[in-house]
Design a protein around this ligand. Structure first.
Ligand code: GRF
Length: 195
């Protein structure tokens, strides 16, 4: 399954996914990494791995729709079948989400449906929960909703800051996100064979 990973920054989840997909027999092949930010650090790593990369700078587009049209047309050009949002910090509109329904997944740093939206780790600290985590889910038009694929829980420890908690959560993300990518890709591959 030809897979694209969309990033905006560091790209540690992208690295974990790409590594898992490079294993022999993987149903997913990472064929493209797209960033909406030219300075995303993850782009450098992807280039070093000889994964095709692309910047679609959202600041060069006056509307979300025009940004998404550019994105969709690049995904088509690269014959992408499956899209993973890995720290991709743009909200996608209903139009785009519809085109990719069932083939578009995201990682969120909380146990959804708790702490949707921005700064989920900060929200968890403020709420005083002792347990938070991360969620891989299908993307629907409504932000951080959509069927859950996998979750992992992570303890909140005494004295945690947003940084220390985020660092702990991201380690759990590196476990569940690659696994989910392989699972969904295997399912997509099966569907293809049935048709
Ligand atoms: C992850 O914690 C993800 O859940 C959040 O942004 C972070 C991305 O990290 N939305 P990275 O770019 O994959 O290293």
């Amino acid at each position: 399954i030809r897979t694209a990973i969309l990033i905006s920054g560091r790209g540690s989840n992208m690295m974990a996914i790409a590594s898992a997909c490079s294993a022999r027999g993987s149903p997913a092949e990472v064929c493209l990494v797209v960033s909406n930010r030219p300075a995303a650090a993850g782009l450098v790593w992807a280039e070093q791995q000889q994964i095709p990369t692309l910047v679609i700078d959202h600041t060069h587009h006056s509307t979300r729709e025009s940004f998404e049209e550019a994105l969709h047309s690049e995904l088509m050009k690269h014959r992408i079948e499956f899209v993973c949002l890995a720290g991709f910090m743009r909200i996608l509109t209903e139009g785009f989400v519809k085109l990719w329904r069932g083939r578009l997944i995201n990682i969120h740093p909380s146990l959804l449906p708790a702490f949707k939206g921005k700064d989920a780790q900060k929200q968890a600290l403020h709420a005083g929960v002792k347990l938070t985590g991360c969620t891989v889910h299908y993307v629907e038009a409504e932000v951080d909703s959509g069927a859950i694929i996998a979750q992992a829980s992570v303890p909140v420890l005494e004295g945690d800051t947003e940084q220390t908690l985020s660092d702990r959560i991201v380690l759990a993300e590196h476990e569940i996100f690659p696994r989910s990518v392989l699972e969904v890709a295997a399912r997509l591959q099966q569907q293809q064979q049935v048709v």
